[in-house]
Write a protein that binds this ligand. Structure first.
Ligand SMILES: O[C@H]1[C@H](O)[C@@H](O)[C@H](O)[C@@H](O)[C@H]1O
Length: 607
């Protein structure tokens, strides 16, 4: 196998360049990459149209928060319905990602992307025309089904059509489109928030535009040549490969793919249910553990609670106006987007492993900054000075400080302020109809008048909000380039072809399931552990993630998809201790007539 791989590598290397740049030769390596003649524009076109699936994933998960502000007033939604409309999409995505695996293997990547964009379009139309909340729920479930299929198919398709030296960058563009979708969604939310009647219809319905664009575009785009070969449609596969490679001679690449598909089939031991074959076959079982583990730790790092919680963090910092909060939330998703761009730039320069590890370490540190900020706020939480007679005899009257009052979901903090000084403060039950005001008393009927009482639900006024804000920005800056992107990128490349759709379906399913778990439990977790406790807990989970990545994630940069399985032949979680000799052996590539070992300056390969 080693020989086969090294000969493949040389073939590959003569045409294209791979390998991380090291400090010494960064510029030259970049230049050569840019000049590489083996990257025809068509690959970018394919990546763009596929990544529209990522855009829709981001848009539809992101747009709902702004739409909900209008919807809850217009349709008089209670908390249960609001939660249903938000989580139903993510829940449906989890289910459809899991079932997308067999669909992908059966119908192919192209048809699955077409199905996803069709579902997105239908979902968008249902949402924009919905006459009531039940139809809205149907629409949200529909887009969730589209998101699930797109989230597992798009990275696989891009990985399968890309030349190996830029596969990481192109697949990571899909993640860029996810955060781009979330950012555009927040801008659209801001723009239509002024339209209190029916503004939400535009917010939710506008996703039809990229969905239709993708649907039409994909009619003209080819199926993945790897999938075609697997299905025995060899002539078509050869034609498509040559079209994607801009008419170059693709015989060698084609032979490599065909040989490895044959080998893989033999090694994996014939037919049967794919997931069972994956679990029985050591290398694929280990790849699946790594893939699912990465997706699990992505969600356990708390990204979606941080995104969700940004509005509250901003409130703590003194932003009271709804509209202003919406625009500042757009700034949060812009930060996420901009730093994902950094990930696209870094992935082929430092490699997947270093990028993921660096990102996780930074994420852990930022989470502890967030936790310390919340801890200081809690320790200096304003005390309750007024105890008016409570007509409902609720638990709210028992609290002595804002911290405990705020942690009780039935209560809110009503106060006045003079600069940063809080006075005349009380803890009052929240209204059943809306969390925006108290059930009774001076905060039940709020006016915008200056000097009037202020109602704080879910947060306490504090002078330490700047630490929390700094933690939030640091968090996004570290999370986005690595942990936000690499779980998707790595999963698209670690499985052999026969296991690729099922492997990605499982790992995407894990991502969505932990997404639901973390977002649904967040409020309960904060109730039991307080905010600082919750963020210290996420810090602990990130530490576990660092150990996992350090031990188990091999470097896949520059390897041809067919060679990556060999990285998983050793025992699981031995990557940090020693890289398989094989991979070091085969990393030689030809650069302008001389041998070059990409890992010479790359500690991650030789650890
Ligand atoms: O990779 C994405 C990205 O980081 C998004 O910002 C996040 O909302 C998703 O859950 C995640 O899967």
């Amino acid at each position: 196998m080693g020989n086969l791989m090294s000969s493949r590598r040389q073939k590959d290397g003569e045409e294209s360049l791979i390998g991380p740049s090291s400090s010494g030769d960064a510029a030259s390596s970049e230049d050569i990459l840019d000049r590489d003649p083996s990257t025809p524009v068509f690959v970018y076109v394919l990546a763009f149209f596929s990544a529209l699936g990522g855009f829709l994933f981001g848009y539809d998960t992101g747009v709902v928060s702004g739409a909900m502000l209008l919807l809850k007033k217009e349709m008089n939604l209670n908390t249960l319905w609001q939660e249903l409309l938000v989580s139903s999409t993510v829940g449906a995505a989890a289910l459809s990602a899991l079932s997308g695996g067999s669909l992908n293997g059966w119908l192919g990547r192209k048809i699955c992307i077409l199905i996803a964009s069709f579902i997105f379009s239908i979902g968008g139309i249902i949402l924009s025309l919905a006459p009531d909340k039940v139809v809205l729920l149907v629409g949200r479930i529909t887009v969730g089904l589209g998101i699930g299929i797109a989230s597992m198919t798009v990275p696989v398709y891009i990985a399968e059509v890309s030349p190996s030296h830029m596969r990481g960058q192109l697949v990571t563009i899909n993640s860029l489109f996810i955060t781009g979708g979330q950012f555009i969604a927040s801008v659209i939310d801001g723009a239509f928030s002024y339209m209190s009647h029916d503004g939400w219809r535009y917010m939710l319905g506008l996703s039809v535009v990229p969905a239709a664009l993708q649907f039409v575009g994909f009619f003209f785009l080819p199926e993945s040549p790897r999938w075609l070969l697997q299905k025995g449609r060899s002539q078509e596969a050869h034609q498509v490969l040559s079209r994607i490679r801009g008419g170059q001679n693709v015989d060698e690449e084609y032979d490599t793919i065909r040989t490895s598909i044959e080998e893989e089939e033999k090694e994996a031991g014939g037919g049967g249910v794919v997931i069972l074959r994956i679990l029985r076959h050591g290398p694929t079982r280990r790849a699946l553990v790594v893939g699912c583990g990465l997706q699990m730790f992505q969600q356990l790092s708390g990204i979606n609670t941080v995104m969700y919680y940004s509005a509250t963090i901003l409130q703590m910092a003194g932003v009271r106006d709804d509209k202003q909060a919406i625009w500042l939330a757009a700034a949060t998703s812009a930060t996420n987007f901009v730093f994902t761009l950094v990930g696209v730039w870094l992935v082929e320069r430092v490699g997947r492993r270093k990028l993921t590890l660096g990102s996780l370490i930074g994420t852990g540190l930022s989470l502890s900054v967030l936790a310390v900020g919340f801890l200081l706020s809690a320790q200096n939480s304003p005390s309750i000075t007024l105890h008016p007679v409570d007509p409902h005899n609720s638990t709210c009257r028992l609290y002595e400080s804002c911290e405990f009052c705020m942690l009780d979901p039935d209560c809110g903090f009503c106060y006045r302020e003079n600069g940063t000084r809080v006075y005349e403060s009380s803890c009052i039950s929240v209204s059943q109809e809306s969390i925006d005001h108290a059930a009774w008393g001076r905060c039940s009927n709020l006016t915008e008048a200056a000097g009037g009482p202020i109602w704080a639900y879910n947060y306490c006024p504090t002078t330490y909000s700047w630490i929390v804000m700094m933690g939030l920005i640091l968090y996004l800056a570290f999370f986005a380039p690595g942990m936000g992107t690499m779980p998707w990128t790595v999963n698209s490349e670690i499985y052999p072809l026969w296991a690729r759709s099922t492997g990605n379906a499982c790992s995407a399913g894990v991502n969505w399931s932990f997404n639901v778990l973390v977002s649904l439990t967040f409020l309960h977790v904060t109730e039991f552990l307080t905010y600082y406790g919750a963020f210290f807990m996420y810090t602990g989970l990130v530490v576990l993630g660092i150990l996992f990545v350090q031990g188990c994630l091999p470097e896949t940069q520059g390897l041809q998809l067919e060679d990556i399985e060999n990285l998983f032949t050793g025992p699981l979680c031995s990557c940090g201790a020693s890289s398989p000799n094989d991979s070091r052996h085969v990393h030689y590539i030809r650069v302008k007539g001389s041998n070059y070992l990409p890992s010479d300056n790359d500690a991650s390969d030789v650890e």
